[in-house]
Design a protein around this ligand. Structure first.
Ligand code: HEC
Ligand code: HEC
Ligand code: HEC
Ligand code: HEC
Ligand code: HEC
Length: 235
């Protein structure tokens, strides 16, 4: 009778176990849409073509580690409260694709000490305060009255408005500001001068949720696509 040595036996079972482990692994790695199932929620407006590693990679964009953490996430070794990938997503990730030289509210500016109190109310030093990801939205912060934290003392010479900025502020009409002014100043459009011509708050909220852009589609800057960004990371 054929006698199988214990060593052979171990090698044989080793192979079987290897195969059992490898098949799902290959499956996960090759499944093109697997990223969708791994996600904790749908991507935000404009981000559906981005891959996870565009925001969740380490400083060197280490893809192997990224894939490992993707897999541990699938098999449940990591729960969603654990940092996904190797690093927290910070504004640096966002700025790699969204650097806009003349943003009227540049995040880094608000680190100045004079904004300390305002920042306690509205942390404008990071994008995520207003743009949490994975909520299928454009702007995740619902409120719009936070302009009050920085523009209390606004004075405008020869104010063109039918109800002046001074009066709007005196009467605490802080939700009218966004009805005329976009936040980043990235839209090219004519700013209204009459209160009757402002964008309705309903349309603003729909825009925040991912709907039509009421400030128009003519913009100064558009973001880098995944391909353009990859070229800057791996030239
Ligand atoms: C555009 C950038 C971006 C992309 C692309 C992205 N994420 Fe995120 N993700 C974030 C941000 C920002 C947070 C933190 C949420 C917060 O605190 O507001 C986050 C949080 C998470 C979390 C919660 C754990 C943690 O570290 O906070 C998981 C899990 C996650 N993302 C998975 C994924 C997966 C899977 C993909 C690919 C389908 C993906 N993400 C693509 C930006 C992104
Ligand atoms: C790999 C590049 C990339 C990264 C990283 C990235 N984005 Fe984007 N983002 C895009 C692209 C491309 C669009 C769609 C084109 C556009 O709107 O300019 C977009 C769209 C958006 C929009 C909607 C714009 C609109 O006009 O409707 C917001 C808001 C946004 N990104 C915020 C963020 C934030 C916040 C982060 C960081 C958590 C981030 N993005 C990270 C590429 C990126
Ligand atoms: C204090 C809140 C706040 C912060 C912080 C913030 N945003 Fe926004 N963002 C908004 C609001 C409100 C809108 C919608 C009005 C508009 O279009 O300007 C918006 C719109 C956008 C848009 C779409 C319109 C456009 O400008 O093209 C992009 C892209 C965007 N933000 C990216 C970012 C990025 C990237 C950061 C961080 C560097 C950031 N935002 C920080 C509030 C914020
Ligand atoms: C954290 C503080 C802060 C918040 C919050 C804030 N702003 Fe500003 N904003 C500034 C600063 C600082 C400037 C630059 C003023 C200057 O250069 O004198 C500015 C400039 C502006 C400008 C003029 C830009 C230009 O081209 O001169 C407009 C319009 C504006 N903000 C509207 C708003 C609106 C609308 C909101 C609320 C949705 C808002 N801001 C919230 C600090 C803030
Ligand atoms: C009916 C539309 C309208 C409303 C409401 C409105 N603004 Fe204005 N705002 C304008 C116009 C028009 C100008 C002058 C033209 C310009 O500079 O864009 C202006 C100018 C400004 C400026 C100076 C910009 C510069 O170039 O120096 C700031 C800052 C500002 N507004 C902030 C606010 C804040 C804060 C609120 C809310 C209390 C507000 N605005 C409400 C239309 C509006």
């Amino acid at each position: 009778m054929l006698k199988i040595s214990p060593l052979r036996k171990r090698q044989f079972f080793g192979c079987i176990i290897g195969l059992i482990l490898a098949i799902p692994l290959i499956y996960v790695l090759t499944l093109d849409t697997s990223e969708e199932y791994l996600s904790i929620g749908p991507m935000n407006t404009g981000h559906k073509d981005l891959k996870c590693f565009a925001c969740h990679a380490d400083a060197n964009g280490n893809l192997v580690q990224q894939i490992q953490s993707n897999i541990s996430y699938t098999i449940g070794a990591r729960d969603k409260n654990v940092d996904f990938g190797t690093k927290d997503v910070t504004l640096d990730n966002c700025l790699q694709c969204h650097d806009r030289p003349n943003d009227r509210h540049p995040v880094y500016r608000f680190s100045e000490p004079r904004f300390k109190e305002a920042i306690e109310q509205i942390n404008a030093t990071t994008c995520i305060t207003c743009h949490t990801e994975h909520k299928k939205e454009r702007v995740s912060l619902d409120k719009v009255n936070y302009c009050m934290n920085c523009h209390q003392t606004l004075e405008i010479e020869n104010d063109p408005l039918d109800i002046s900025h001074k009066d709007l502020i005196l009467n605490e009409k802080w939700s009218t500001c966004i009805q005329c002014h976009d936040f980043h100043g990235n839209h090219k459009y004519k700013v209204p001068e009459k209160l009757a011509d402002t964008i309705s708050l309903k349309n603003i909220k729909e825009y925040f949720k991912g709907g039509k852009d009421p400030f128009g589609t003519d913009k100064k800057y558009t973001a880098l696509s995944l391909e353009e960004w990859l070229k800057t990371v791996n030239p």
